[in-house]
Write a protein that binds this ligand. Structure first.
Ligand code: SF4
Ligand code: SF4
Length: 355
C-alpha cells in the first residue's frame, strides 16, 4: 500500500508552510476581478488560498508564458579591443516547485507535455530542468461539472497520471496518497498523521465521484474520424462559424504547448540581448504567417481544424493518447461557448448525418 497521510482543513496552512521551507509552493488563489477567477500564485505564510478548480491551470510551472533561453553580449578584450568574444548564458531557470491542489485533468496535462518535450529525439533542457524539480499534489474531484469530460479521454476524477500525490476530501479533512517515490518521500517528511485507517473511506469517496459523471461516448474512432474530415473544409467552416479567433481556448489549455521564439536587444554591441520563448496561439491568424507574407491558415476554419486535429488525431497518432484531457476550460472560457466535444462528436457522427 502506498504512503498515506491525513490532515484536517485547519492543518493545511501549516502543511503549506512546511512545504514552502524547501520549495516555491504554487496554490490556487481567488482573484476578484471583472470576472472572478482562480489562478495559481506563489504562496507564503498568511496568504489566503482556495481549493476550487483554477480558472487557469498551472502549466506555467513547467512552461512559463515567457522565458529567456539564451542571453548574450559581446565582450572586448581590454588588451586587444579588436578581439571581441560573444558571451552566452543558456542556464535553464528552474526552481524547486510544488503545485498544490491541481486537478487530475491538469496533472495529466504535465504527462501530455512530457511526451513531446522529454520523450522525443531531443529532450528540451529548459522544460526538463523544471519538470525534474516539480512535485504535483492533486486534489481529486468529488463530482464532475457540465464542461468537464476527463472520462471521455482516458482520465477521471481521481486519475493519478502526472501526479506525485493524490489528495481526496473526506468528511472531516483530506487524505493524501503517495503516487510516485517523490510523493511518498514528501509525505514521509511532512509530519502529518498517518492516514492508512481512512483508506477505505477514500476509495468510497473516489468511487462515488465516478458515479456523478454522465455516460461517456466512445471516442475510440475519433483519431480516424477527425483525420477523415481533414479535407472537408465546409465541415470546419460550419464548426468554426461563430469563433472570434480570440485564442482563449489555447491560453487556458493545460496541454497546448506551441511557442514562438523572438530575439531582443543587439547582438553586435556590448549591450547584448536575449532570445525568448513565449506561448503562441494557433488560433491566431499570425501563427502561420511566413516571412514572405504567405500564410497557410488565413481562414479560422483551417486554424480550428489544426487545433482539433492535433488534440484528437495527430498527437494520438504520435503518442497513442489524446492531447486533450477534458478539463473543459476551452469551453467555459470561450466567449461564444464553442464546444470542442461537439466538434469531435460531429466528426465521429458525420457518416450517419450524411445518410
Ligand atoms: S476561445 Fe472560442 S472564440 Fe476564442 S479562439 Fe477559441 S473557439 Fe474561437
Ligand atoms: S482542449 Fe479544452 S478541454 Fe481539452 S485539455 Fe485543452 S482546454 Fe481542456
Amino acid at each position: 500500500m502506498s504512503i498515506t497521510r491525513f490532515v484536517k482543513p485547519e492543518g493545511l496552512p501549516a502543511f503549506l508552510a512546511h512545504l514552502s521551507k524547501e520549495a516555491r509552493v504554487l496554490a490556487p488563489v481567488v482573484k476578484p476581478a471583472d470576472k472572478r477567477s482562480v489562478i495559481f500564485e506563489p504562496w507564503k505564510e498568511g496568504k489566503e488560498f482556495t481549493l476550487e478548480k483554477a480558472t487557469v491551470p498551472a502549466k506555467a510551472a513547467v512552461l512559463p508564458q515567457c522565458e529567456t533561453l539564451v542571453s548574450y553580449r559581446k565582450v572586448k578584450d581590454p588588451a586587444n579591443p579588436q578581439n571581441v568574444k560573444l558571451e552566452l548564458d543558456d542556464t535553464p531557470q528552474a526552481e524547486t516547485t510544488v503545485v498544490f491542489a491541481a486537478r487530475p485533468c491538469d496533472a495529466r496535462g504535465y504527462a501530455t507535455l512530457d511526451r513531446p518535450y522529454l520523450q522525443g529525439p531531443i529532450a528540451d533542457p529548459y522544460y526538463k530542468a523544471r519538470r525534474e524539480k516539480l512535485t504535483v499534489i492533486t486534489l481529486t474531484c468529488n463530482s464532475g461539472c457540465n464542461t468537464c469530460f476527463c472520462h471521455w479521454v482516458g482520465g477521471g476524477p481521481s486519475s493519478p497520471e502526472g501526479s506525485d500525490i493524490l489528495m481526496t476530501e473526506l468528511k472531516d479533512g483530506y487524505i493524501l496518497q503517495g503516487i510516485t517515490p517523490k510523493g511518498d518521500a514528501l509525505l514521509e517528511g511532512s509530519g502529518l498523521d498517518d492516514g492508512a485507517d481512512r483508506f477505505k473511506e477514500m476509495e468510497d469517496v473516489r468511487k462515488a465521484a465516478w458515479g456523478t459523471l454522465v455516460k461517456a461516448p466512445n471516442l475510440k474512432d475519433a483519431p480516424a474520424k477527425v483525420a477523415a474530415k481533414f479535407t472537408d473544409v465546409d465541415f470546419w467552416t460550419r464548426e468554426t462559424d461563430r469563433c472570434l479567433s480570440c485564442g482563449a481556448c489555447t491560453y487556458f489549455c493545460p496541454t497546448c504547448y506551441c511557442f514562438n521564439i523572438t530575439d531582443e536587444g543587439e547582438a553586435t554591441s556590448e549591450k547584448g540581448g536575449r532570445r525568448l520563448r513565449s506561448w503562441d496561439n494557433c488560433m491566431s491568424s499570425l501563427f502561420t504567417r511566413e516571412a514572405s507574407g504567405h500564410n497557410t491558415r488565413v481562414e479560422k476554419a483551417l486554424r480550428m481544424r489544426n487545433r482539433v486535429s492535433h488534440k484528437f488525431s495527430t498527437y494520438p497518432e504520435n503518442w497513442g493518447t489524446f492531447s486533450c484531457n477534458g478539463c473543459g476550460r476551452c469551453i467555459s472560457n470561450c466567449p461564444v461557448s464553442l464546444d470542442i466535444r461537439q466538434i469531435v462528436l460531429d466528426a465521429i457522427n458525420a457518416d450517419k448525418a450524411a445518410k
